[in-house]
Design a protein around this ligand. Structure first.
Ligand code: ADP
Ligand code: MG
Length: 694
């Protein structure tokens, strides 16, 4: 018997040929097909009386074929099939070109529905190439709200509708709600069977909305239940307790050349409180570019170090890891400096000369207390002695799969003796809107740096069209004459660093030969070796270049305070969050900074987005705006979310997410083993397995 897990090729009328095509749509099983949602709907629910038809309007009629004929014009190699169809108000003609096989199905006496545009020309008034179906069949392609699916070669919406209807009918009874019945009732939701039916074949747009919302709720409920459970499991493991050391913190803060912001103090306090607990911290430190996350993390690492424990700090790139290595070395100067750097093949400590073996020995003996690096830190031969804390910087840059793996591996980096799980602090400069944070990071505690250090000047942001390009060049020149530096960013075209690298290389050539032959221009792209990249960055930092031409690899955390101009080519190709990140590369000193957004796009969405960027410097506000303009699907990436497309838009619905969380908490509190909810239990297990596969 067919069930939800049946491979799609075993379905009658599908077979291996269609299965191969369906694979392009990500459909492998019956379940996949059922969760393949329409991208839009055509309202063909009104069946018109033939006498009321209007020319140039798409309409649907139903009637009996009273005449049918097919003509072949041999000279033009064309076939014309023509019928006359009649309802109780009158007849109308319908004509198909080059579909000779219709002759066999559209025979006199048959009752059909047809839908299409009524045209009028020298040959009279008729439906041109309409779609049709037998009137005896359940309305599928017309006479109802019709689902339109994303198609692929050889798979039409019409075909999907037909299969969907058959399959829904045969497996509907097997579709079970994961959300317990009591909750469905309390939240006034449609049962899943019916909701899925309505999503594909809605009886009305109102029912469609209710159905989508119900499906979104049930997915959110699962996500929340998973988060609630993960949180509880996490709290069941043991961590190293790092006692709050007030004097140390005071001494350290006293050595800083600036005063911590209130937000920094609050976040630091939250983190230090977590470190005192017997179970591991799992906290996300969210703060805009330049909000000062590094020093907050340094305080945590310092405390662990002075208590005799180790900290591992992971950055997404070698450039950034090295920068952290330098920063940490600098700020921890007055304290014992047991900081090491491990990136790829390279190792470095403040003690000169080190073999890898030697270096690893120092980690194993806890002589290196703060180890900074890329994900090279997660290697079998890197063994800690007493790892109390893991910090992951710019975690959003690690990529989705990598991130999940990293967190898991990080939590498994065990201190050899006590088998404890390290405290985990992740940091991100992507401000996540509150709804999404609640939706996807429900298992984390969150600290916000929602305040910038004092004295930062507003960055002047302007959209520049091609015509005004030269003005910007002139302005750059005048700033550079004053001793400032400029970034020049190129978009990733077609997601390929190879092509972007080429574009950047060409532009580098153009700028150095034609526009600024008198200036020194550096080039940075993702295809360069890490060592080369690092060299270019440090040369830029040391003012060996006036201009740095780069692809988006520059985005990650680099700190060059003397750079005051950020030029972004093809600004429309970047998301708001990313543009905001780029802009954050400048404005890091007392000098006035500028961000120029080059674009020739005239699209409304682009205009809206760039306008938002000009008007606000608040990353959180921009994130909300980005969410609003692009929708959650674009914002978090559809594939990353695991949320069915049709349900996506409810991710902005904070009330629903909160309700889902409350309900999940209540279920879990009542029955943590989910003994009474076998379907739910199974769904969670499946989620686990999928997470492991990643
Ligand atoms: P991000 O949050 O983007 O990682 P950083 O930690 O790199 O930001 O900090 C950006 C710059 O701001 C650094 O040069 C840092 O020394 C400086 N900074 C951090 N906190 C403060 C503060 N409270 N007042 C002034 N400058 C600060
Ligand atoms: Mg940073």
């Amino acid at each position: 018997m067919t069930n939800l897990e049946t491979p799609i090729e075993y379905i009658a009328g599908i077979g291996p040929k269609y299965a191969e095509k369906l694979l392009y749509l990500g459909i492998e099983s019956v379940r996949d097909l059922i969760y393949y949602f329409p991208s839009r709907y055509d309202d063909l629910s009104n069946i018109e009386k033939i006498e009321n038809l209007k020319v140039d309007v798409i309409s649907t009629v139903e009637g009996k074929i009273i005449d049918a004929k097919s003509v072949r014009t041999y000279r033009k190699r064309m076939s014309i099939t023509e019928i006359l169809i009649e309802d109780d108000s009158g007849p109308v003609r319908a004509v198909w070109f080059n579909q000779p096989y219709l002759e066999n199905s559209l025979t006199k006496g048959k009752k059909i529905r047809l839908s299409g545009k009524l045209v009028q020309d020298s040959k009279g008034t008729y439906f041109s190439n309409p779609t049709y179906e037998l009137a005896s069949r359940v309305p599928t392609n017309m006479g109802r709200i019709v689902p339109v699916y994303p198609e692929t070669r050889g798979i039409t919406s019409r075909w999907i509708r037909w299969k969907m209807q058959e399959i829904l009918k045969s497996v509907a009874a097997q579709i079970e709600d994961v959300v317990p019945t009591a909750i469905l009732k309390r939240q006034k939701l449609t049962v899943l069977q019916e909701a899925l039916r309505q999503v594909h074949f809605p009886d009305s747009f109102k029912k469609l909305e209710e159905a989508r919302k119900s499906i979104a709720f049930s997915e959110m409920f699962l996500i929340q239940l998973n988060a609630v459970r993960a949180r509880k499991n996490w709290k069941e493991s043991k961590a190293i307790v790092v006692k709050f050391n007030e004097k140390l913190i005071k001494d350290f803060v006293g050595t800083l050349s600036f005063k911590l912001t209130t937000a920094q103090r609050k976040s630091t306090f939250q983190i230090l409180r977590d470190l005192e607990k017997k179970y591991p911290m799992n906290r996300l430190l969210e703060g805009d570019v330049g909000s000062g996350k590094t020093v907050v993390s340094a305080i945590a690492a310092l405390e662990a170090m002075m208590a005799g424990y180790q900290t591992a700090i992971m950055a997404p790139t070698e450039v950034l890891a090295k920068q952290h290595f330098e920063t940490f070395g600098k700020v921890l100067k007055g304290f014992s400096q047991k900081v090491g750097l491990l990136i790829g093949s390279e190792i470095r400590t403040i003690w000169k000369k080190n073999t890898r073996k030697n270096f690893l020995g120092k980690i194993r003996r806890s002589e290196i207390k703060i180890l900074i690096g890329t994900h090279a830190l997660i290697q079998k031969d890197v063994q800690f002695k007493n790892l109390a804390l893991v910090i992951i910087d710019e975690q959003h840059r690690f990529g989705v799969e990598q991130r999940a793996k990293l967190q898991k591996q990080a939590s498994e980096l065990k201190d050899g003796l006590k088998k404890s799980v390290p405290h985990l602090l992740t940091m991100t400069a992507t401000p996540i809107p509150r709804t999404l944070a609640l939706a996807f990071f429900g298992n984390l505690d969150i600290s916000l740096l929602d305040e910038m250090p004092k004295g930062r000047k507003k960055i002047v942001t302007e959209v520049v069209t091609n015509v005004n390009r030269n003005n910007v060049y002139e302005f750059m020149r005048s700033e550079i004459r004053k001793g400032r530096q400029t970034f020049f960013i190129f978009p990733l075209i077609e997601e390929s660093e190879k092509i972007a690298g080429k574009a950047a290389t060409e532009e580098h050539k153009r700028l150095s030969e034609r526009i600024f032959p008198d200036l020194k221009i550096g080039l940075l792209h993702g295809r360069m070796k890490p060592k080369e990249k690092e060299e270019v960055m440090s040369r830029f930092k040391n003012k060996a270049y006036d201009i740095l031409v780069s692809t988006s690899v520059i985005e990650v955390g680099v700190d060059v305070p003397n750079a005051t101009i950020m030029v972004i080519e093809g600004a429309d190709r970047f998301g708001l969050a990313q543009l905001h990140q780029f802009r954050g590369r400048v404005g890091r000193s007392d000098h006035q900074s500028y961000c120029f957004l080059f674009t020739d796009s005239t699209s409304e969405t682009t205009k809206k987005r760039l306008k938002a960027l000009i008007e606000s410097e608040d990353g959180f506000k921009l994130a909300e705006k980005d969410l609003e303009i692009r929708g959650p699907g674009e914002f978090i990436g559809k594939r990353q979310s695991g949320i069915a497309d049709g349900a996506m838009k409810y991710l902005g619905d904070i009330k629903m997410i909160q309700q889902a969380r409350l309900e999940a908490q209540s279920v879990f509190a009542l029955d943590p083993q989910l003994e009474k909810f076998p379907v739910l239990k199974e769904a969670l297990e499946k989620m686990d397995q999928e997470a492991h596969l990643e």
